[in-house]
Design a protein around this ligand. Structure first.
Ligand code: IMP
Length: 181
């Protein structure tokens, strides 16, 4: 049964990155980020809801003092981008003059990120960088350098490790290719 994903030993989707592979890449990124932000006390911003697992693993893999905050924008329905981006939840902390790192699940068209970057830049941080677990072909349209990328992928629709299809599959333990049949 395609829609029976409650049994994780029998996930009916093709795996792209399993949990072990993801964790090992996240640990590499964590050390790189820790090195870059040595002595800075940066604010890591989780882009809800898709970024939640990447954010949780990444922040634990960064062995320096950091602060956490959360932001949420909406831009997607099903597998198609609506084109509109709306801010649903803003940051709680004051980030003016701070070093900010946005932590995203995936950059697809780059529209959501472009919106979030301009919103955060308007608060005048000292610096702003982005970490995205996945970067889809064409995401360059965001027009801002993505400093930390887990993997570049093609145009396929992926689910799991925070990524959803219509609100489902976020808790799959790994990244999988979504297919209807
Ligand atoms: P963008 O604005 O087109 O870059 O899309 C960004 C948002 O769309 C991401 O933060 C995800 O929430 C969602 N998204 C884009 N591609 C995928 C995908 O392959 N699987 C699940 N969600 C996706």
């Amino acid at each position: 049964m395609r829609n029976n994903t409650s049994n994780f030993s029998n996930i009916p989707f093709q795996a792209l990155f399993n949990e072990e592979t993801i964790l090992s890449r996240v640990k590499e990124l964590g050390l790189q980020i820790a090195n870059d932000y040595q002595g800075k006390n940066p604010v890591f911003v989780c882009v809800l809801r898709g970024g939640v697992y990447f954010f949780s693993d990444l922040t634990k893999a960064v062995p320096i003092p950091i602060e956490l905050d959360f932001i949420q924008a909406k831009s997607y329905t099903g597998t198609e981008s609506s084109g509109n981006v709306e801010l649903i939840k803003d940051l709680d902390s004051e980030i003016t003059g701070r070093d900010v790192l946005i932590v995203e699940d995936i950059v697809d068209t780059g529209r959501t990120l472009k919106f979030l970057i301009s919103h955060i830049l308007s608060k005048k941080p000292n610096s702003l960088e982005v970490a995205s677990l996945l970067f889809k072909e064409g995401g360059e349209a965001v027009g801002y350098p993505i400093k930390y990328i887990g993997w570049n992928i093609g145009k396929e629709f992926v689910i799991g490790y925070g990524l959803d299809y219509d609100g489902k599959f976020r808790n799959l333990p790994g990244v999988f290719l979504y297919s209807e049949d």
